[in-house]
Design a protein around this ligand. Structure first.
Ligand SMILES: Cc1cc2nc3c(=O)[nH]c(=O)nc-3n(C[C@H](O)[C@H](O)[C@H](O)COP(=O)(O)OP(=O)(O)OC[C@H]3O[C@@H](n4cnc5c(N)ncnc54)[C@H](O)[C@@H]3O)c2cc1C
Length: 394
């Protein structure tokens, strides 16, 4: 256990008073506490929990107080998270604001940008989306062609983004644009922010076979954006873009390491396979679950150490690719294990022979396959590790 006893007592008392009972249950899949102007809450406690945590700066505990954070140091932050785990508290706030653009602004934003955006991110007032990928720029992101041309104090942006998660509900986009087409592809890219309500921005959800549309095509036609919305230097956006990806990859990697929502593997095994004298009856399954849990623990500890040792205390550098790679493999492995435990009950798509948790499990299993694509594919992470961490030749 980390930290000062008085601080821990204060946190424990505050959580006892302020965390609603329904927020101490596993997160429902249809309750996404991402905030934003268009947020709708199925459970009103989700909003209450977000507001109370934001009030204390605990949605972003380590950000400075002046930007809406809690101003905690890493030991205090560890205490807060231990206490949240002890009461099984749901995350009060999730999304690209707190995990990606917020940390990038803390490092690269102007004071004006920090003051304008960070408190709104901390309070969940604005939902952000990421305009990186384009029809011909995915793994080779630096080939992006969306163009921004200077016009007085503004840029005029034209082009198309794709796979923009949540763009149809987003309030603002952080976007990569080409500002100089006459230099090598990694140069001439600029990182810029704009309101999705700006004239010329249109969004078309991509309908998946599941009937859901988690991501969109985003079209940018003569979108006028003030120059002051450029983050970092004009034509040097690749540096900001790469750092943001490290935050994204650390965040995606975090889904491994036992951070998953819902029942544990042991609870599921007890239900579907049964226990013999209190232990899982099938010895092969027992061994597979134990191995998975040991890998989860070792991985979670390595990640914690590496994040704490990083310069910002929030995300390591190129090593974040290791977390992205391993964390997503662990998460996919967990879902495969769940399938082997649940058998055909883990493959239901609809109908009365499956309960809600079973139907959600099938969808979560399919969704886990995308983990090793989003935020940069596993192959790309291995390339980065080979080059930037192991120093192997191109
Ligand atoms: C669930 C989900 C959400 C997403 N959300 C967003 C979002 O919000 N915003 C956004 O901008 N993008 C988003 N993306 C897009 C994502 O970043 C891209 O899908 C990803 O970078 C891969 O690009 P691509 O799909 O064009 O595949 P490609 O780049 O065409 O790759 C195809 C295959 O070739 C392999 N490959 C490519 N180059 C190499 C290489 N040099 N070495 C080895 N193998 C290689 C890849 O690993 C992959 O298997 C999302 C994707 C998913 C799945």
């Amino acid at each position: 256990m980390a930290g000062d006893a008085a601080f821990r007592e204060d946190i424990r008392h505050w959580l006892e008073e302020n965390c609603p009972a329904s927020m101490r249950t596993p997160m429902a899949t249809n309750e996404y506490p991402g905030g934003g102007r268009r947020a709708r809450y199925r459970n009103s406690d989700t909003k209450v929990w977000l507001e109370r945590m934001a009030e204390r700066g605990f949605t972003v505990p380590m950000w400075p107080r002046r930007y809406g954070g809690g101003g905690l140091d890493k030991d205090e932050n560890a205490v807060l998270h231990e206490e949240l785990r002890l009461i099984n508290a749901r995350p009060a706030h999730v999304g690209m604001g707190i995990s990606m653009i917020g940390p990038a602004l803390l490092e690269y934003g102007t004071e004006e940008q920090k003051t304008e955006h960070l408190p709104k991110i901390a309070r969940g007032e604005i939902w952000w989306c990421q305009g990186y990928s384009e029809p011909n720029a995915g793994s080779d992101l630096a080939s992006l062609r969306t163009q921004a041309v200077e016009d007085g104090d503004d840029y005029i942006i034209n082009g198309q983004k794709v796979w923009t998660s949540g763009a149809d509900n987003a309030d603002w986009m952080f976007c990569l644009v080409r500002t100089d087409p006459n230099v090598s592809k990694h140069q001439g890219i600029t990182f810029i922010l704009f309101d999705m309500a700006t004239p010329g921005v249109s969004v078309k959800p991509i309908l998946l076979i599941s009937g859901l549309s988690p991501f969109c095509e985003t079209f940018l036609d003569d979108v006028r954006v003030p120059r002051k919305n450029v983050v970092g230097e004009v034509n040097k956006g690749w540096t900001v873009a790469k750092r943001l990806l490290q935050y994204e990859r650390t965040s995606i990697g975090g889904i491994g390491g036992g951070n998953q929502r819902g029942a544990t593997l042991e609870e599921v095994a007890a239900k579907y396979v049964g226990l013999d004298n209190g232990i899982i009856a099938d010895s092969v399954l027992r061994e597979n679950i134990t191995r998975h849990r040991m890998n989860d623990s070792a991985y979670a500890l390595t990640m914690k150490r590496s994040v704490e040792e990083s310069a910002t205390g929030r995300a390591p550098g190129a090593v974040s690719s290791m977390f992205k790679y391993y964390g997503t493999e662990q998460n996919k492995g967990r879902h495969e294990l769940l399938l082997s435990i649940m058998g055909t009950q883990g493959l239901g798509w609809g109908g009365e022979s499956f309960d809600t948790a079973e139907l959600e499990n099938t969808r979560a299993w399919l969704r886990s396959k995308a983990n090793s694509i989003e935020g940069g594919t596993s192959e790309v992470q291995l390339n980065i590790l080979a080059k930037r961490v192991l120093g192997l030749p191109d």
